[in-house]
Ligand binder design. Structure first.
Ligand code: SF4
Length: 126
C-alpha cells in the first residue's frame, strides 16, 4: 500500500522552532497534521489551511516635505483575500499631519474588525 501524500506542507511560525508541518485529509474530509512538536502547530495549520491571515504593512502618501510616505500597518491579521484591496486603499489615500503613532486611518476594513493604523507619528512641523 502506498503512503498517503500530504495535501499541503508548511512551516509553523508560531515559535522559533519552525516545525515542518504536513497536512493530510482522510476520506471524511477531516484534516490531520504531523510534524508539530506542540498543539499550537495544529491550530496554526488549521487556520493557515482554512482561513489564512496576515499582518499587512505598506505605506500611504503623506502631506509632508520630509516624509512623503507614511509607514502603516494593520492592527491585527487580515484575511488574505482582502490584502490587495487594503493595499490599494492605502495607496489611494493621503494623510494630513499631525498623525499619531497607532492612529486609526481606516477602521474595520470590509467588516473584518481590522484597522489600518499609522506605524509612526508625523508632526505638524513635517
Ligand atoms: S508546532 Fe509548536 S514547537 Fe513547532 S513551531 Fe509551532 S509552536 Fe513551535
Amino acid at each position: 500500500m502506498s503512503r498517503q501524500e500530504p495535501i499541503q506542507e508548511m512551516i509553523c511560525i508560531s515559535c522559533p522552532l519552525g516545525c515542518h508541518l504536513s497536512l493530510y485529509k482522510n476520506d471524511k474530509d477531516e484534516l490531520s497534521v504531523t510534524g508539530n512538536k506542540c498543539a499550537r502547530g495544529i491550530v496554526y495549520a488549521e487556520e493557515e489551511f482554512y482561513a489564512p491571515k496576515r499582518i499587512v504593512t505598506c505605506t500611504c502618501r503623506a502631506e509632508s516635505r520630509i516624509l512623503p510616505r507614511l509607514p502603516v500597518r494593520t492592527n491585527a491579521s487580515l484575511p488574505k483575500e482582502h490584502i490587495n484591496d487594503l493595499i490599494k486603499a492605502a495607496y489611494a489615500m493621503t494623510v494630513k499631519p499631525p498623525v499619531a503613532c497607532g492612529q486609526v486611518l481606516i477602521e474595520d476594513f470590509k467588516g473584518t474588525g481590522v484597522n489600518l493604523i499609522a506605524s509612526m507619528s508625523l508632526g505638524d512641523g513635517h
